[in-house]
Design a protein around this ligand. Structure first.
Ligand SMILES: [Zn+2]
Length: 227
């Protein structure tokens, strides 16, 4: 059985990471347009670096939860028949035990050199303009996908969706992109679909929707899969 799982902010919220936007449309007090676009970075790199440096520091203080750990157990069972795709830039799936995680929107703990195009695992600050370990230029930026930039590796995700037997969305609304698009690819291939989300989605296209906290619903679903 080939399975594609998409996770969003809802799975990390239960570890204490705030979701991308609050009710006022702000991300940790910032308008995303001022910290998460290439134009914002060009206009005020100090602000953008400070913002992501803080996010990286917060990430170091939180832990993966039972939902992340359950998906790692599923990977042990399914091996390469599981593709775990996440919209999250945190590393809680990896720290929860998952070996292969496709980060659509990049990773907080990665730095991308705009001079030589190389990427480096990165846990420290970028705001003090450290040199790129490869080329020496002080040209590192957060390796996250900003508004107006292309998500990473969409071709391989689409290929997996066209080839899967089951598509599951966790902690991300089934009615907004990318889950809403992904579910159509999966349905087009005849796959089953399941959404695990905190809030109900009255017009979701998923065949099955289970409402509740990810830390309860995900371990329960994985147990069903392993049986
Ligand atoms: Zn470089």
């Amino acid at each position: 059985m080939k399975v594609v799982v998409l996770t969003g902010a809802g799975i990390s919220a239960e570890s204490g990471l705030p979701t991308f936007r609050d009710a006022a449309g702000l991300w940790e007090g910032h308008d995303p347009m001022t910290v998460a676009t290439p134009e914002a970075f060009a206009a005020d790199p100090d602000l953008v670096h400070r913002f992501y440096d803080e996010r990286r520091e917060v990430l170091a203080r939180v832990q993966p939860n039972a939902a992340h750990q359950a998906l790692a157990r599923l990977e042990q069972h399914l091996g390469e028949d599981l593709l775990l795709v996440t919209q999250n830039v945190d590393d809680l799936h990896e720290r929860g035990g998952s070996q292969r995680v496709h980060h659509l929107h990049g990773r907080l703990r990665s730095a991308w050199c705009t001079s030589c195009d190389r990427r480096h695992d990165w846990s420290n600050s970028l705001g003090d303009r450290p040199p790129c370990p490869a080329c020496g230029q002080p040209a590192l930026r957060p390796d996250v996908v900003w508004f107006g930039e292309m998500p990473y590796g969409m071709d391989s995700v689409h290929a997996a969706l066209f080839d899967c037997d089951l598509f599951v969305a966790i902690g991300t609304s089934g009615v907004v992109y990318p889950a809403a698009a992904f579910v159509h690819y999966a349905i087009g291939n005849g796959a089953d679909t399941l959404e695990l989300n905190l809030a109900p989605d009255p017009v979701s296209d998923f065949a099955q929707v289970r409402q509740g906290p990810a830390t309860e619903n995900v371990p329960a679903w994985v147990e069903e899969m392993l049986r």
